[in-house]
Every structure is written in C-alpha cells, then in structure tokens.
Design a protein around this ligand. Sequence first.
Ligand code: RB5
Length: 148
Amino acid sequence: MYDYIIGYDKNGAALGRCLAEHLRGKGIGVCDMGADDGTYYPLVAERVCKALKKSAVPARAILVCGTGLGMCIAANKIKGVYAAVCHDAYSAERAVLSNNANVFCFGARVIGDMAAKSLVDIILPLEFREGRSTPKLAEIYRIENENQ
Ligand code: RB5
C-alpha cells in the first residue's frame, strides 16, 4: 500500500481535503501539502512532486486544481513523475495499469467529491505489472531522458 501526498490550489482545496480525509479514513498515510492561500498551482505541483521523489516510503500523489490539467502539465515536467488526469473509471484504471502513473490529478470544477472518491478507490489497489505496456513505457522513459 502506498502513502499519498496531496496538493491543491485554492480551486482544488475543498476536494483535496476531502480526498485526504477519505484516504485517512482507510488508514492510509497522507501528507497534505496544500495550499489554499493563492499559491500558483505549478508551485504546488512542484512541491508535491519533489516530496514524492524524496519519499522514504512507497508513495503516490494526488493533485487537485480547478480542472486537473494545469497540475498535470506542471507535474509532468519533473523527471520521474508520470501524472494523469483521472475523471472517469476507465482512465483511472488505465493510468496505473497501462501508464504506470504515480500522480493522479483531479479537477474540482469538473467532478464532485463522490465521483473523485470513487475514482481514488479504483486507483488504490492497482499496481502496474510488466507486460505489453512495458515497451511503450520504455519509449516514454527514453523521450524523458533525451529531452531534459
Ligand atoms: C483555474 O483557473 C486554475 O487556476 C487552476 O485551478 C487549474 O484549473 C489549472 O489548470
């Protein structure tokens, strides 16, 4: 089981806190890195993803902004971070099983609390397994390494 680092901007604060509580209620370790003080979302994404990379325990991250998009774009600028917007069940499942994502992004202006909690519940037990996706992911890692 992974610990989860959660970050949000002002637009994502209520949903971010809701998801943090949801995870804590399941006994999952949560580090809430905010922020709802007007901090620009790329700075939150950077802070969370750097913490994710330094985590001493197996961890994933959840980022929440208005759309999920800005957080996702910013997070994916960091080497070793594979962020995906997960606004439907199939995408949430494939983000892990096909894409080996380690950061999951939600838009508080796009989906409600209950839907987001359901999507998190889909993600929680899933684990990437080597297989048909492996050579495709190898190309992503190659692109990442060749374009720093
Ligand atoms: C929304 O305007 C924006 O600031 C942020 O919350 C997020 O949606 C960015 O993609």
